[in-house]
Write a protein of this length. Structure first.
Length: 434
């Protein structure tokens, strides 16, 4: 009888209809596949049981988080090789449903072989790191958003500092060159946003989704503005408040644990929303835009820094990434940049500039992965092994997604232009002078 690795390889190629681009190593020590390729390691047959009960990305994700699946060799090379099998699909050649696939006798035979390899037992419970929901009927209420934000951000400030570095900025940096440091690139991003917003002493800035306070501190310290930062994360707020106090900026920066929908003390002269709008949701996005528009003074500017996905031929068929939704950003949703710009305009904004910086996010993510891998032993003292594995996989896979133009990130500068039409924008917009 063939060993487990060869049987798995034959089965995978039968079900996928193509040659497997990675080497397989099974729990019995056997190997099969290209000898020079990175290895996909199936450490336990439980991984197969997870795939039988949850075919597709969620089953794979659970096995990865549990440590039953792993990659030996270059993680990026392995993910790149498997992208066409798991994440990237041809819109004009839609995948068969499981019910359709099971009509094929060879597929049914392959499933029976998988059952033999997996063993007769059901899979264990999902890993503890998976988001537990009571239901998905009421997404993006204030309560569900707070739960989702806590799941992602309240995992320990020390862990985030290990990954993000001293800047504690959890969004795309702005790189002068690939050889720049992460800290300088994050500082340049905050300064770019400040210049786009035209910040100057005496202005009021609302920082929506303020994170660990990086934008708030930069704007107050470097541009003399008064800042209100809002977040739903208790841990972020505690860190940001200490940071503000250490900088001697408590007279100019206020950090609140507050939903942006509850901010009532406008008008503000400028609003920054950096890496926050992905959490809003398609059904709530117009409301989000209208709320921010109402909080701005006439002539005030909004800088909306947001990840975007590529549009699909059939937008009604768009599906949320199961791994990201279960383990990384629960209830997060991405939209094409054109959709976002259109909703901002419907809310009353005049869109004045869109800057696409997706290559910058790939560079940022690769640096975060390097930070995590370099201090892996320390990371495992701060969070569970499953949590560390989640972050390593999602950041590496996301870097490749930005590089391959599957997703992008854009800074949209919009203005609440007064009825008379004087936007206050410079004639040569990208000088970003107030």
């Amino acid at each position: 009888m063939q060993d487990a690795a060869q049987r798995l390889k034959n089965l995978a190629e039968q079900l996928l209809g193509t040659e497997l681009p990675v080497r397989l190593r099974a729990w019995d020590g056997s190997e099969a596949g290209p000898p020079d390729a990175p290895a996909l390691v199936v450490r336990h047959r439980r991984a197969l049981r997870r795939l039988l009960w949850k075919p597709g990305e969620l089953g794979l994700a659970r096995a990865w988080v549990a440590g039953e699946l792993d990659v030996e060799g270059d993680l990026y090379e392995a993910l790149d090789a498997m992208a066409g099998l798991i994440w990237e699909h041809d819109d004009e050649a839609p995948r068969r449903s499981l019910a359709e696939a099971l009509k094929d006798p060879s597929v049914r035979a392959g499933v029976r072989e998988l059952v033999k390899l997996a063993g007769p037992y059901p899979p264990p419970a999902p890993p503890a790191e998976e988001m537990r929901r009571k239901g998905r009927l009421h997404l993006h209420t204030k309560g569900s958003d707070k739960q989702a934000i806590s799941h992602h951000y309240d995992v320990g400030n020390d862990f985030y500092e290990l990954v993000l570095g001293p800047s504690m900025v959890y969004s795309c940096a702005y790189w002068e060159s690939p050889d720049a440091t992460l800290e300088s690139a994050q500082r340049d991003k905050l300064e770019l946003i400040s210049r786009k917003l035209g910040l100057r002493p005496g202005m009021r800035l609302l920082d929506v989704g303020c994170g660990w306070g990086s934008m708030a501190v930069h704007a107050a310290r470097e541009h003399g503005v008064s800042v209100v930062g809002v977040t739903l994360s208790q841990e972020q707020a505690a860190f940001a408040r200490k940071r503000v106090a250490d900088e001697g900026l408590t007279d100019r920066v206020e950090i609140r644990v507050q939903d942006y929908r509850d901010v009532r003390d406008g008008p503000y002269d400028a609003i920054s929303s950096i890496g926050m709008a992905e959490h809003v949701g398609a059904d709530r996005y117009l409301e989000y835009a209208q709320d921010l528009y109402a909080l701005l003074a006439p002539g005030g500017r909004l800088l909306n820094h947001q990840i975007a996905r590529r549009p699909q031929r059939d937008e009604s068929a768009y599906e949320v990434d199961e791994f990201i939704d279960a383990y990384v950003f629960p209830d997060g949703e991405l939209a094409p940049v054109g959709t976002t710009a259109g909703l901002l305009e419907r809310a009353g904004f005049e869109v004045r500039d869109v800057e696409a910086i997706r290559e910058h996010y790939a560079l940022t993510l690769r640096q975060w992965v390097r930070n995590l891998e370099a201090r892996w032993a320390e990371a495992l003292k701060l969070v569970s092994p499953g949590r560390a594995r989640i972050w390593r996989l999602y950041m590496a896979a996301s870097a490749l997604s930005f590089e391959r133009n599957r997703i992008g990130v854009n800074q949209i500068l919009a203005v609440r232009t007064p009825p008379a039409g004087a936007s206050g924008m410079p004639l040569r917009a990208r000088t970003w002078n107030p």
